[in-house]
Design a binder for this molecule. Structure first.
Ligand SMILES: [Zn+2]
Ligand SMILES: [Zn+2]
Length: 174
């Protein structure tokens, strides 16, 4: 994962956010503050909307591995939660207000689960996780771990590296 690649993805996320916000402003005839985006979400969730913080947290691994599909689905999904909260208060998370925003305002399917392909994106490297970051190990090191039971530790946080499962998985959107 290189810096320019990441910057490009974040730019696309921001562009999608602007497009969706514009659609919402046309629909509701009002201006919405721009939510902050954080890329610090870990685990199997693709994205989470923090209503009171007016923040969208995105899973950086799933973003990297699914790119445009992720952006097209997760950004509208989470933004819709914020808009519904602003417009209708606390209602059912994926209730009719949320579905209306998805289908009528954004023009996308109101889906709550997605099949994201969780693939390796860096050729023959394998994603491993410690407490602080993602490491991309070579196939040699990966085999050492799998076959020889050798353990690797992060130099920064000193915790053990764990393999990030890379099969296709169904990811819940929250
Ligand atoms: Zn670490
Ligand atoms: Zn949701």
């Amino acid at each position: 994962m290189t810096e320019p690649q990441l910057r490009h993805l974040h730019l696309q996320v921001n562009r999608k956010l602007s497009q969706c916000l514009q659609l919402a402003e046309q629909h509701f005839h009002c201006q919405f503050p721009r939510p902050t985006i954080s890329y610090k979400l870990r685990g199997v969730k693709a994205g989470v909307a923090y209503l009171q913080l007016w923040q969208i947290r995105l899973n950086p691994i799933l973003l990297l591995e699914n790119q445009q599909v992720f952006i097209d689905q997760v950004v509208p999904h989470e933004l819709a939660h914020l808009l519904v909260y602003q417009q209708f208060g606390r209602v059912k998370p994926h209730g009719r207000e949320w579905q209306m925003v998805m289908t009528q305002v954004f023009g996308v399917p109101a889906e709550t689960k997605h099949q994201f392909a969780v693939q390796r994106v860096q050729g023959k490297t394998f994603p491993y996780r410690c407490a602080c970051q993602i490491h991309h190990l070579t196939i040699r090191r990966h085999n050492n771990i799998m076959r020889e039971g050798i353990e690797y530790f992060c130099k920064k946080c000193k915790t053990k590296l764990f393999f990030v499962e890379s099969q296709d998985s169904t990811v819940n959107l929250e």
